[in-house]
Design a protein around this ligand. Structure first.
Ligand SMILES: [Fe+2]
Length: 148
């Protein structure tokens, strides 16, 4: 089952939503890779790409929270750190395993990725929305210059 983006996930109607859509599309590619078989090389390549993009996206989101004076941004930043650590743990586990992952591993990984993106958007990111509604468009534009 692939991850489906829904209008109810909208945060800023801008770059953060674009990032989230890209993350969903990257995760769906990873899930498709898992569905095709047990090729660790392709899986590792995709998950490293996911990690690299997620780091840039998290910095953008944290910058937006600063601009919007979002009160729980320290906690949110910690959540982002946990999400990256979870990807690092998977990369390390696959990288150091001499065997390709099993069908059981794939099912667990697919469930993990589903929760990894949607759990965070629903439980954490949606709380930002009331603080960014009506922000000046220059704030939104400044996010484009945030880099890893
Ligand atoms: Fe977030």
């Amino acid at each position: 089952m692939l991850i489906v983006w829904k209008a109810e996930f909208v945060i800023d109607d801008g770059i953060i939503d674009d990032d989230h859509k890209f993350l969903v599309s990257t995760l769906n590619q990873i899930i498709s890779t898992l569905n095709r078989g047990t090729d660790n090389g392709a899986f590792l390549y995709s998950i490293r790409e996911l990690r690299d993009f997620a780091i840039v996206h998290f910095r953008r989101e944290e910058r937006l929270q600063e601009i919007a004076a979002y009160p729980d941004r320290a906690q949110h930043r910690c959540e982002h750190g946990v999400l990256v650590e979870q990807l690092d743990a998977i990369i390390h586990q696959i990288d150091s395993s001499p065997r390709d992952h099993s069908v059981e591993d794939s099912a667990a990984l697919k469930h993990f990725f589903y929760r990894w993106i949607l759990g965070h958007i629903i439980d954490c990111d949606l709380k930002i929305r009331p603080f960014v509604v009506g922000l000046d468009t220059s704030a939104e534009r400044s996010l484009q210059h945030v880099a890893a």
